[in-house]
Design a protein around this ligand. Structure first.
Ligand SMILES: C[S@@+](CC[C@H](N)C(=O)[O-])C[C@H]1O[C@@H](n2cnc3c(N)ncnc32)[C@H](O)[C@@H]1O
Length: 272
């Protein structure tokens, strides 16, 4: 009987060790409404009863909170500012001072779409100016499954909607109905599992000391309560180099603006 009345948040913590109180209330509510419809429950209470009684549904609900949707060159305005201004300025600076590699952190990389898009921009600029410029992208996600998929680098056609024909041809090969990223793009990328809310590490352990020229932290802040958003923004910004940039998504700009960051170009979602 006690289990029948236990609040869902307590039940999920006790049963699966997952604390859903960190998630944004609107996002939680949307996820509940979606599962309610999918399980044919006619009220929130009847859905909560189902979650209490059926462990597989509580598991399903928790998985529904891990949204991993991504695309190549998502947020077209930000990517075009990266391509035309930010990456050339970082790379030309390195050529000028003949010093150290460019370091980038793709902090919630999902299945690697964002990370490989960046690697394409860096390689293309390097080719365009005829200089080999070293770069390393540390690509992390809290989900082991996403990191596994990112390492495999195989994508459906719809993920590649924003990829130009020229890039299709240069950077992908067709495997059945899918597309595989070229192996040489992987040379400069280090994929690993990393939870941005972890209290133990300030940056991916494989990066050793952070000091990133660019951190991308996009399309995940809006899932969290303000205190957890701030924790992620602080973590991402504390390991920037002194001239480093932080990029979020066009719909998350406000979070950084209200935390006092300066947007380098209006609406670009790229900040100092
Ligand atoms: C919607 S996807 C966005 C992927 C990509 N950044 C983009 O903009 O397309 C959100 C990703 O954030 C990851 N994520 C959510 N919370 C995280 C956390 N606390 N630490 C690391 N990754 C997290 C999820 O696993 C998921 O892959």
């Amino acid at each position: 009987m006690k289990k029948m009345n236990i609040p869902i948040s307590e039940l999920l913590l006790e049963r699966h060790g997952v604390d859903i109180s960190k998630y944004d209330a609107g996002f939680l509510n949307k996820s509940i409404q979606k599962r309610k419809i999918e399980t044919l429950c006619d009220s929130d209470n009847s859905y909560f009863d189902l979650v209490r009684q059926d462990k597989s549904e509580s598991k399903h609900f928790i998985s529904s909170l891990s949204v991993s949707y991504s695309e190549f060159f998502r947020n077209s305005l930000s990517f075009s500012v990266l391509e035309k201004i930010i990456i050339p300025s970082i790379m030309l600076d390195r050529v000028r001072i003949k010093r150290k590699e460019i370091r980038i952190w793709s902090a919630a990389c999902a299945a690697g779409q964002e990370t490989y898009s960046l690697a394409i921009l860096l390689k293309e600029f390097s080719q365009a100016i005829g200089e080999k410029i070293n770069f390393r992208i540390f690509a992390t996600d809290q989900s082991e499954l996403q990191i596994k998929e990112a390492k495999a680098g195989i994508y459906t056609e719809s993920t590649l909607n924003n990829v130009t024909l020229r890039r299709h041809k240069n950077w992908f090969s067709k495997i059945g109905d899918n597309y595989k990223i070229n192996e040489d793009l992987k040379e400069n990328i280090d994929f690993s599992v990393f939870d941005l809310l972890s209290d133990y590490h300030t940056s991916p352990p494989s990066s050793i000391f952070g000091e990133f020229d660019l951190v991308i932290c996009a399309n995940l802040l809006f899932y969290y309560q303000p205190a957890f958003r701030s924790k992620i923004i602080n973590k991402a910004s504390h390991c920037l180099s002194s001239n480093g940039f932080i990029l979020t998504s066009e719909t998350e700009r406000e979070f950084l603006l209200s935390a006092g960051f300066q947007e380098v170009y209006p609406q670009s979602a790229i900040f100092k």
